[in-house]
Design a protein around this ligand. Structure first.
Ligand SMILES: [Zn+2]
Length: 203
């Protein structure tokens, strides 16, 4: 089912050492040993958004939120939407459905505790909801999510479903529905390149 078209500006809030392309070099267990540089880029982005009176959605990694509650609170206080980017940034098709559900719940709980509001949106690490992990959509519906932004409508090295509908649409399961907002975030990629000094790496 097609929905009305809207423009949306979104960001994934995660550290430079958490991107998927570093997964073979930097273990999850070692993340705490790295310096956080998140606030440097985030403050610049928030300033630009404020100056231009633009509101955005921030898909926040639960691991980050757990350690930097102030950043999440700041984004929320400025009127932007906080959404879920999972907890541990594991690719969806590398998890079992139960592992995915636990990761999803963990980050949702952390985020909702910080902002004291329900979280409705989700984006998978590296757009890793693909034909082999499409079962994740059913879990998102079961867990109360209202929209998903995890499917890259072109080929991507770690995700993507080419030829999928590029406009907003809804699917329904057992009387519950979810809106699929596919992502083609070239602006985000460019911002990431400026802030972190790399290009098209992990997402
Ligand atoms: Zn990410």
């Amino acid at each position: 089912m097609l929905c009305e078209i809207k423009n949306a500006l979104t960001f994934d809030l995660e550290e430079y050492f958490q991107v998927s392309n570093f997964q073979n070099k930097i273990r999850f267990e070692d993340w705490d040993g790295f310096e956080s540089r998140l606030a440097i880029g985030l403050d610049k982005i928030l300033d630009i958004l404020e100056k231009n009176k633009v509101k955005a959605t921030f898909f926040v990694l639960g691991w980050v939120a757990e350690r930097q509650k102030n950043l999440v609170k700041k984004i929320d206080d400025l009127g932007h939407e906080i959404a879920n980017h999972g907890y541990s940034h594991q690719l969806i098709y590398n998890q079992t459905p139960d592992e995915f559900r636990q990761d999803l719940r963990k980050s949702k709980t952390i985020l909702e505790d910080i902002i004291q509001k329900p979280i409705f949106g989700y984006r998978a690490p590296s757009f890793s909801i693909t034909p082999k992990s499409i079962w994740a959509i059913d879990i998102l519906i079961e867990e109360g999510f209202k929209y998903d932004s995890s499917i890259f409508p072109i080929y991507h090295d770690k995700g993507g479903i080419p030829n999928v509908n590029r406009f907003l649409y809804k699917i329904e399961r057992n009387g519950k529905e979810i809106q699929l907002r596919e992502s083609l975030d070239l602006i985000f990629l460019l911002l990431e390149a400026v802030i972190y000094g790399f290009f098209l790496t992990g997402l």
